[in-house]
Design a protein around this ligand. Structure first.
Ligand code: F0G
Length: 463
């Protein structure tokens, strides 16, 4: 049954073009590899219609608010609800949507106390349909893939992109090809791709090797590339920032902190912040900071050692496998958003990641390891004075706790980062570990455990 959608008088769909981020060359179409025909750098989507007739901020806010009462699939999507700032589809029913977006903003009272930042919130993108932020970009890019008539879509992935792509391809009646590094992604993510019907190849290389191969493949075969090089992905991922600002009644926080891997998400959020300011949706820019794992710190090194002028690739290694990336494709876009918003770029250790993940878990929220770099990074930025105690901070949690059960089990059992008894690192982690307890099935045995837990749980507070 067709649902009426809410289109507001006075609001028109935006016209869009592709523009090269380096030479500025622009056009109405892009090649299969989403690179500039002249200088080969990445493309971004821009909206020329905003220069002559920008939509009014008040009209936009009112239309987006009203759509929350609509039952039409496109309005129930937390991405397409903001369609005036997205590339338009020919018709509303052409969106492939799983009702993505609409993710909660949580308070983190215990983390707020432990970091000394009382005004601390988390936007949990792990609450998306396939459990990660990728869905917000995938709904847009997959819809345009189908629009362009493709029967196949493909991606290289550390796991979440492939899970999301496979789901949206299945919903849209397309076939999907997944390239993942063998043995380096979580089973939970791999199992999603299998269940959603993807042809899944585990390549004997790392993520960077998978991505290189994919870019050659799309030049040879009629396969549509759904990595974050695809600028439609970033347009969808932009809506995280719009939804967040709407949830905060359009009062920008002082800081937004996001993990950095291939650097598409940070680029997308930064683009949204700059566009929101341009459209008058908010008056002040939050600082967008990007946190990487020490073992996958290409952007940190690029900023520190070359002032953001030249990419320093690294051989990536981290237990946070989602961000195990050494040659990030969108590094130039990320450097731009760091400079434009005045954000910082930091790195955190494996111990700091594990600690932060357990602390977010202990709030009853949970996230995957890559998301926890945000809390670990905040702790560092606060110690450096870059984040002040009176400032409002939002962490972007990118993936669900259930995405990486091996990490979580390894941590709580003490197999992951065991350290040596008495050393500082293992003493930091020990109180956070909660190994499962095997007991005889007697009431006494369980009562004894309850008694011990009541006495010795140092992380629990009744306050
Ligand atoms: N957090 C999670 C949970 C991720 O899956 C990723 C990236 C990131 C953070 C980093 O985002 O790449 O935009 O900087 N995962 C990709 C994938 C690479 O294939 O699933 P980014």
């Amino acid at each position: 049954m067709p649902h009426p959608t809410t289109s507001e008088p006075g609001l028109r769909q935006s016209t869009y073009r592709f523009r090269c981020i380096t030479c500025g060359d622009s056009g109405d179409t892009s090649g299969q590899d989403f690179r500039c025909g002249k200088c080969r750098d990445l493309l971004e989507i821009v909206y020329p219609s905003w220069t002559s007739a920008a939509p009014s901020a008040a009209d936009l806010k009112s239309a987006w608010h009203k759509r929350r009462l609509s039952a039409a699939p496109i309005d129930l999507s937390g991405v397409w609800r903001f369609r005036e700032i997205l590339p338009p589809l020919p018709a509303d029913d052409q969106a492939i949507t799983l009702r993505e977006g609409n993710t909660p903003v949580y308070e983190l009272p215990r983390c707020a106390r432990s970091t000394g930042i009382p005004n601390l919130l988390a936007k949990h993108q792990g609450m998306n349909p396939t459990g990660s932020f990728k869905d917000t970009g995938m709904t847009v890019a997959a819809s345009f893939a189908r629009q362009a008539g493709f029967g196949w879509v493909a991606c290289a992935s550390t796991g979440n992109t492939s899970a999301s792509m496979a789901a949206y391809a299945a919903r849209g009646g397309m076939r999907s090809l997944v390239l993942v590094p063998e043995g380096k992604i979580s089973w939970s993510k791999l199992s999603q791709a299998l269940d959603y019907g993807a042809v899944t190849c585990q390549l004997r290389t790392d993520f960077d090797g998978c991505l290189r191969l994919l870019q050659e493949l799309v030049r040879r075969a009629p396969v549509y590339q759904l990595n974050s090089i695809n600028p439609f992905r970033l347009e969808g991922q932009k809506t995280l920032a719009l939804e967040l600002l709407e949830q905060l009644d359009w009062q920008p926080p002082d800081h937004i902190i996001v993990p950095g891997g291939n650097l598409g998400n940070s680029s997308a959020i930064g683009k949204a912040l700059l566009e929101m300011r341009e459209l008058g949706l908010m008056s002040r820019l939050p600082k967008l900071s990007i946190i990487q794992a020490e073992g996958a710190n290409a952007l940190v090194r690029t900023v520190r050692e070359t002032g953001g002028k030249r990419l320093i690739s690294v051989q990536a290694e981290t237990h946070a496998t989602a961000i195990r990336i050494g040659n990030p494709a969108s590094w130039k876009k990320a450097v731009h958003v760091l400079e434009a918003t005045g954000g910082a770029c930091e790195q955190v250790s494996e111990i700091e990641i594990a600690q932060a993940k357990a602390e977010i878990g202990a709030e009853g929220i949970g996230c995957e390891p890559a998301s926890a770099v945000t809390l670990a990074g905040l702790r560092k930025l606060a110690a450096q004075g870059f984040v002040q105690p009176k400032e409002a901070v939002v962490l972007v949690l990118t993936g669900n706790l259930l995405k990486d059960p091996d990490f979580t089990m390894g941590f709580h059992r003490g197999d992951l980062l065991p350290g040596k008894a008495g050393d500082r690192n293992s003493e930091t982690l020990r109180p956070l570990r909660r190994a499962p307890i095997v007991l005889d099935a007697t009431l006494d045995a369980v009562l004894r455990i309850l008694d011990q837990a009541e006495k010795f749980d140092p992380t629990h507070s009744h306050g």
